[in-house]
Design a protein around this ligand. Structure first.
Ligand SMILES: [Zn+2]
Length: 286
């Protein structure tokens, strides 16, 4: 049944069962007669692309958009740019229990809301409650069988709800994704990774690493862990604990050899630490 529906919508049995950004958007628009919007409206307004786009150079974004609009049957990848499969880790499906209850009450159904799937969003923007994430094995099955949030049982979700003191930091982290994401290509702002790293180093008062000389990231990493350490138990944010390593983990890498834009959540954690609020960062970048 899911394969059949996917075939009807995308002309491909699995295209619709993607978390993130499905391929075959042009075919989908043709089959739905753009009832849900044009290809770019769908890509930026209904997939997570808008949250990644500000970190992809415009000359790479264009081939990427062509790639996801093209047929899922074609095995080609864009000659330039970032192939979709290289987008960070596999996204984890998330949902807010209060949203699911409201949707189920209203329409006897529920959906995976896009805003809950944006990288870095771990708190429901409508209810302020921590989102629940789906267990890995269940997610694979949920996609194959097209299961919706209200179809899942209590044991299908990851149980670790963040402790109360972490909720404020989760809220700040969530704000980054929602503030920086764009909903149409016309509003694209591109943040160059080298410049972002330099701004972070300036803010945190560290010098640019000199070749062959070891930078001591410890003082920064300790301050970071002090503030964000409790978030490392949240599924999807495990990378936070890496800052405790002698080389400063993801902080040492981001500020040293460079920011890896495939992982916006790491970038948001770093920006949140260095700047506090998205507006501070945007003003500094301008
Ligand atoms: Zn909610």
């Amino acid at each position: 049944m899911p394969a059949q529906t996917s075939r009807m919508l995308f002309g491909h049995p699995r295209a619709a069962l993607q978390v993130g950004i499905p391929r075959g958007i042009d075919e989908f628009c043709e089959r739905t007669q753009e009832w849900l919007g044009s290809a770019t409206e769908i890509l930026f307004g209904r997939t997570v692309l808008g949250a990644y786009a500000p970190f992809i150079a415009p000359e790479s974004l264009e081939p990427l958009i062509r790639y996801v609009r093209g047929s899922p049957w074609q095995r080609d990848s864009p000659s330039a740019g970032l192939p979709i499969r290289r987008f960070g880790h596999a996204p984890i499906l998330r949902a807010c229990p209060a949203c699911v209850a409201e949707q189920t009450d209203r329409m006897q159904n529920s959906t995976w809301l896009r805003i809950h799937q944006l990288p870095g969003v771990y708190l429901c923007p409508f209810h302020g409650r921590p989102l629940l994430s789906v267990r890995n094995a269940v997610q694979r099955q949920a996609m194959r069988e097209w299961r919706l949030p209200h179809h899942l049982n209590a044991q299908d979700w990851n149980g670790t709800a963040p402790i109360e003191s972490a909720v404020d930091e989760l809220r700040r982290l969530s704000a980054w994704s929602m503030e920086l994401a764009i909903d149409q290509p016309a509003s694209l702002r591109y943040f160059d990774p080298n410049r972002v790293a330099q701004l972070c180093r300036d803010r945190l008062g560290v010098a640019r690493p000199v070749a062959r000389r070891r930078t001591d990231w410890r003082p920064i990493a300790v301050a970071f862990i002090d503030r964000f350490g409790t978030l490392a138990t949240v599924p999807g944010l495990e990378f936070i604990a890496s800052a405790e390593r002698a080389d400063g983990g993801f902080i040492g890498r981001s500020l040293g050899s460079g920011i890896d834009l495939r992982y916006p959540e790491r970038l948001f954690a770093l920006l949140c630490f260095a700047f506090g609020a998205p507006k501070d960062f945007i003003d500094s970048y301008a």
